[in-house]
Design a protein around this ligand. Structure first.
Ligand SMILES: Cc1ncc(COP(=O)(O)OP(=O)(O)O)c(N)n1
Ligand SMILES: Cc1ncsc1CCOP(=O)(O)O
Ligand SMILES: [Mg+2]
Length: 472
């Protein structure tokens, strides 16, 4: 299948965007740059006629009015009858009751194909009184709640739900994908979200080959985020960034690989730390048991030996489709082609590691307080490890155990996925998930177990059962 930019350029879909006045021009420019054809008819007198000849419809609640709501309902019902993809952008849902009600009414009466919103808007549609300030999502206390809200809305409305943020989540209620792409400058120009919604519409119109919509929506968000990364390389500020962004959308060429994957919240369910002394048979057994995230953590062996050992672990991970992160050492991560690093408070700063490894790498950070976690999130971390939760035999300087509550304190302060670490074994994992964690990081309860594979499987089962409870 050709890449999305090529498909849109080839098919030149007509996208009927009932979008807001603030960003209407930006959305039209972006669609044109991407190779689509925009038509921006908002008025009820003509919208139903226009959508009938369009290839996709965008319903954007910005500058909402009762007249616009009626026009959107009528155009949406025409689109539903014609099987035309409809993408809803619930701008400001959760910010005012009227916007929430308007979005819910459209979801009820129109066959919406996809919803694209920020965390606060999607949580509002799920009935979770998330925190929304104006039209920007608050970043507090999100974690698994966002995923739960998105899955609930997707299942209830029979559509794909995309939550854009530090990492984008796309789900149809069963399958969930994460998209790692984007740049902070995108939040400094109006309309990045509105244009992402319009690109989703263009992508759905151009998909043609019946690919599952979750994958198509994820690819559209990768395109929007990657254009931001590339534009930021050329920009000197928001003004030049906007120009560079439009130019980038006009570039053909493959989207970066490896940026769409199951969300870290899935991959981090069981995170096993191994050392240079860990037999490869143990690594294999743990991967066979379903572990999808391994960390190579070695403090003593000479670096050349570490390179050899870590490379063997990487091979095993690649064979099992698992990710490998390296503890502390960015150079070692680069040397063996690992997927990223895990950094403590005394290691290389997260922002420096991000600069060295680039936007596609996974950077984890150790944080023991909400404040540290907010700083790590702002610096570009992808997940947080916190603890020690219980007493640990594997880290002499770990400090006094905090109990599972440290996971609650940290996960309620940020949006990033949080794993607990320290003394976690069978029976100790579920409290970490109930406290808001997405998984557990372990050494001795698995690597030191008589049957590491069985131990890994048992802990993974405990985590997955606890998550079902949280996500239900
Ligand atoms: C997942 C995870 N969480 C925490 C740690 C601890 O990292 P750090 O604080 O850098 O301590 P050392 O592991 O380097 O002793 C981790 N490694 N992984
Ligand atoms: C690396 C690290 N950071 C905090 S506790 C710990 C060691 C975890 O090992 P175990 O699972 O054996 O307690
Ligand atoms: Mg460290």
């Amino acid at each position: 299948m050709t890449g999305l930019p090529e498909r849109v350029r080839d098919r030149r879909p007509l996208v009927h965007a009932m979008t807001n006045y603030v960003t209407m021009d930006w959305v039209a420019r972006g669609l044109l740059a991407a190779g689509a054809r925009p038509v921006m008819a908002r008025d009820g007198a003509e919208a139903p006629q226009v959508v009938a000849v369009a290839d996709a419809l965008v319903l954007n609640l910005g500058n909402w009015s009762p007249a616009l709501q009626q026009a959107m309902l009528e155009a949406g019902e025409v689109a539903s009858r014609h099987g035309i993809p409809v993408v809803l952008d619930p701008v400001g849902a959760g910010g005012t009751a009227i916007r929430t009600r308007a979005a819910l009414e459209l979801l009820e009466r129109v066959k919406v194909t996809a919803v694209r919103g920020n965390a606060g808007e999607i949580m509002a549609l799920a009935g979770d009184q998330g925190l929304v300030r104006g039209v920007d999502a608050a970043q507090e206390a999100l974690g698994l709640r966002v995923e739960r809200a998105a899955r609930a809305v997707a299942r209830r409305s029979g559509c794909v739900v995309a939550v854009t943020g530090p990492a984008d989540l796309v789900t149809d209620g069963r399958r969930t994908l994460a998209v790692r792409a984007g740049h902070p400058l995108m939040a400094q120009i109006p309309g990045s979200g509105c244009l992402a919604t319009a690109l989703v519409a263009a992508a759905l119109a151009a998909q043609g080959d019946g690919a599952p919509s979750v994958a198509v929506v994820a690819e559209a968000l990768l395109w929007a985020g990657w254009a931001g990364e590339e534009a930021a390389r050329k920009a000197s500020g928001p003004g030049s960034f906007a120009v560079a962004y439009l130019d980038q959308l006009g570039q053909a060429g493959p989207l970066p690989a490896g940026r769409i994957a199951p969300p870290l919240s899935d991959l981090l369910s069981l995170y096993v730390l191994v050392s240079g002394a860990t037999p490869l048979s143990v690594v294999e057994a743990v991967l066979q048991a379903g572990c999808r995230m391994i960390q190579f953590r070695e403090k003593h062996l000479p670096l050349p030996v570490q390179v050899e050992a870590a490379a063997r672990v990487r091979e095993a991970c690649w064979r099992h489709g698992a990710l490998l992160l390296i503890n502390d050492r960015v150079d070692l991560a680069q040397a063996v082609g690992a997927d990223g690093v895990h950094l403590g408070q005394d290691d290389l700063p997260v922002a420096v590691a991000r600069r060295i490894l680039g936007p596609g790498a996974i950077v984890g950070a150790t944080c023991e307080t909400a404040g540290e976690a907010r700083i790590a999130q702002a610096a570009g971390a992808d997940y947080i490890g916190t603890g020690p939760v219980y007493a640990t035999p594997s880290k002499a300087d770990a400090g006094k155990p905090y109990g599972p509550d440290v996971v609650r304190r940290v996960s309620e302060a940020i949006r990033l996925p949080v794993v607990g670490i320290g003394g976690i074994g069978i029976g100790g994992a579920a409290p970490v998930i109930r406290a808001g964690g997405v998984g557990v990081a372990v050494i001795s309860s698995v690597v030191g177990a008589p049957d590491p594979g069985a131990a890994a499987r048992a802990i993974l089962d405990e985590v997955e059962r606890a998550k079902e409870g949280v996500l239900a």
